[in-house]
Write a protein that binds this ligand. Structure first.
Ligand code: DAT
Ligand code: MG
Length: 166
């Protein structure tokens, strides 16, 4: 996700470009104003931290760009492309290392585990979604994933797939 500072600074294209060039596949993309309750749920593990109120204010301060990316080892690789949480510790060549100077304005969020990726994007719930459809309970589906609703993730095959993976 490109955070509000990244959107305000015109870095959306730059961030997307780095993931595209690496060879990952974009399956979801939207500009979105994050409401307070979603921000608090997303960062609930950090609720006890002294910086939590500022973090919530920051992440809700303007639109973010939510993205879903797919690829081999995507979570670990994305974390490497993004760089360390503190941009001053992030290596040059990483998004934060190249484009940011402060932890509280570190431009991007990336899921830190496949499990959290599923919680944030929703793929973990595929089987459950199909079950809910079968039972005609579609109304219950919208809040199963944090950042994307059903139908917002698009499965497709890039024409270059065979040139990225043997
Ligand atoms: P990351 O975004 O690298 O996954 P995290 O999950 O530990 O890092 O923290 C989430 C966000 O909270 C982080 O991007 C910026 C903010 N944050 C973390 N540690 C902080 C600190 N010590 N001071 C201020 N903000 C902090
Ligand atoms: Mg994190």
């Amino acid at each position: 996700m490109v955070k509000p500072d990244g959107v305000q600074r015109g870095l959306v294209g730059e961030v997307i470009s780095r993931f595209e060039k690496k060879g990952f596949k974009l399956t979801g993309l939207k500009l979105f104003q994050c409401p307070r309750d979603l921000a608090e749920e997303h960062y609930k593990d950090l609720k006890a931290k002294p910086f939590f109120p500022k973090l919530i204010k920051y992440i809700t301060s303007g639109p973010v760009v939510c993205m879903a990316w797919e690829g081999v080892g995507i979570v670990a690789s994305a974390r490497k492309l993004i760089g360390a949480t503190d941009p001053l510790q992030a290596e040059p060549g990483t998004i934060r290392g190249d484009l940011a100077v402060q932890t509280g304005r570190n431009v991007v969020h990336g899921s830190d585990s496949p499990e959290n990726g599923k919680r944030e994007i929703g793929k973990a719930f595929d089987a459950l979604l199909r079950y809910y459809h079968l039972l005609n309970l579609s109304d219950m589906i919208t809040n199963l994933a944090l950042w994307f609703k059903e139908g917002e993730i698009c499965e497709w095959t890039p024409a270059v797939a065979q040139w990225l993976r043997e």
